[in-house]
Design a protein around this ligand. Sequence first.
Ligand code: FAD
Length: 338
Amino acid sequence: MVDYLIKGAGVAGLCAALALTRRGAKVRVVEIRPSLAGHASWYAGGMLAPYCERESAEDVIERRGVASLDWWDGVTDDLVTRAGTLVVANPRDGADLDRFAAMTSAHAGVAAGEISELEPDLSPRFQRGLYYKGEAHMDPRKALAALVTAIEALGGEILFSQDADYQTECAFELDCRGLKSPLQGLRGVRGEMLLLHMPEITLTRTIRLLHPRIPLYIVPRADHHFMVGATMIESAHGGPITARSMMEFLNAAYSVVPAFGEAEIVESGVGVRPAFADNLPQLQVDSQKRCLSINGYYRHGFALGPMLAEAAADWLQDQSQDEDFPVTDISHQREGAK
Ligand SMILES: Cc1cc2nc3c(=O)[nH]c(=O)nc-3n(C[C@H](O)[C@H](O)[C@H](O)COP(=O)(O)OP(=O)(O)OC[C@H]3O[C@@H](n4cnc5c(N)ncnc54)[C@H](O)[C@@H]3O)c2cc1C
């Protein structure tokens, strides 16, 4: 007997598991895959960029994304690098930079000298940029592993290679299966990425290149590894990266830091982001089945995971509703489908 059975060990399931175990609940997570690898969370960039994301997202992403940073700091030391984000554009795309600045806040304009002070390895062609000092990044794979360690340290269990039809006696189930959840209106948004290794390149912070056709970001990881991403394709297809996406990533990365021309391509990957029509996550409960779904994270699983996990835990504990992410009852949808 456990208090909560959580299906899916992506960022949604693991954040919820930690939020609940911290409150003293007995939690078991079942994951269909044999390890943490291979789902949308595994291929994420790990940007915690609430201000930059505001360019294309609702203000709740900024407000609650800022609050998530401290939550991640509390999972384990050294997970989050609070070094900001540097946004650049090619000189001919200066209008894009102005538009991006107008759509976002908490940035400072930087000129060529400041850009090369912040990131000496960047191409000298960038004359202007925007520096978002309050943003951060982390390695999502380390973050997932740190969540598992923290959950297990508090007595929670994670069982791999277990299908969702796994049953055990529990007070409530949490469905965190990402795109595999049978929720109405959920769609897939394909994201391709590359992992490059180049010992001669050092970057301290996330670099975003604004480009009319191929916007790109580069997130530094340990030992001179760099995550380059990511496409946003309206498709649930999880097959390998296309030649076109890889060529565009490499061209753009090379234009940002010419030394990437000599980098090793360590990995390419594809994750499919679960999203609802408004690209905002939702908490949905089927009260008859006693099952709460946390889903629809779209581009913001790491940026918002902690906030929905805490909102879900609050609701499970005493039915209190988060004002941004209220729990909605979907039992009637099932009834209607009968
Ligand atoms: C390329 C890329 C870059 C991204 N960059 C960022 C970023 O920088 N910052 C950010 O905040 N977000 C980013 N995202 C978005 C983020 O990764 C997603 O929002 C998030 O991973 C969704 O998490 P999830 O747990 O809902 O789904 P998933 O990560 O897909 O996890 C669902 C889990 O459920 C398991 N499962 C499925 N079926 C079953 C079953 N029957 N039984 C048991 N388990 C099952 C799956 O195996 C999987 O482990 C990025 C995404 C991609 C693809």
